[in-house]
Design a protein around this ligand. Sequence first.
Ligand SMILES: [Zn+2]
Length: 381
Amino acid sequence: MATEACSTVTVNHINVFWDEGMLKHETGIGVFDTGDDPGFLDVLEKHPENSDRLRNMVSILKRGPISPFISWHPGSPALISHLLSFHTPEYINELVEADKGGGKMLCAGTFLNPGSWDAALLAAGTTLCAMKHVLDGHGKVAYALVRPPGHHAQPSQADGYCFLNNAGLAVQLALDSGVCNKVAVIDIDVHYGNGTAEGFYRSNKVLTISLHMNHGSWGPSHPHNGSIDELGEGEGYGYNLNIPLPNGTGDNGYVYAFNELVIPSIQKFGPDMIVLTIGLDSSAFDPNGRQCLTMEGYRKIGKIVHDLAKQHSDGRLVIVQEGGYHVTYSAYCLHAFLEGVLSLVSLPPLPDPIAYYPEDDTFSSKVIDAIKNYQKDKLHF
Ligand SMILES: [Zn+2]
């Protein structure tokens, strides 16, 4: 793979990788994400992981204030051989057979329907395209705008709307390319990035950091707790940093967690690539989370993460889309996050159309201090 750095690359634009074929993953309707209709309701909702959320993310990036700073790139489907860098052959075979059989519910809320497998291959391949763009030196910041999401997909298990671990595949590509010796993954989805963590649990080349709601295990497809004592194993011990945050943590609490835990960890680890998996379900209005970030919080996190990339990974930052289920606010928070990444002094921030949430970070600060106290002897890289 060609990897020479391109001196003419500017960092004041974001390369977005997108393919509308990912809209063809149909997740159906029912009582929230169950796919069931017991018959009590006149109006059934779409499954939260539906194509509307991505349609709005695409449109706000095409028509919102930052649109002049976005470069659009096509995606492409992953090959089966690509998938085996993260997933087991048995699991991939299970997915292929489920697709051939006309569809299957792989675990609670996670439906592989006709069209889903092609969309999943596109999501994985499009994320690999975004990573390759950065590895090849064509740009510093790339964003894979993909669905179905991936961070719950484990090497041999679908989970939480996820089939293939898009970010995990991209991390493995970065390592296999020879360009990167150490990759840091920062996951700000409201749920624990358990699949990515499991994939690199025994590796000291990948630091996985996840800030999430303290939701614990939700069943057999998600045996991990996301707790602070899940630290990695073997060579990977001390390279999985879980930051379970109390409900309602909010903008100030997240910034405090970054300042106290994430930034020092990245500084110690010294990655040559940062992968940021973004879930917009950490917002104040998401039906799947209670973390209460607003656009301003996402904007601040975008700036912090890009500053970290500039300081530690020569600006190399690959952003991968995960959850985010409020069809309006997810798109607005995405725009705000990318405003933070761009840090454009000439562009006024897009006003927040709906946020009003009283914040009290007293409790979350205490929790973050306690996590720091626990981790300080264990993160010895
Ligand atoms: Zn999530």
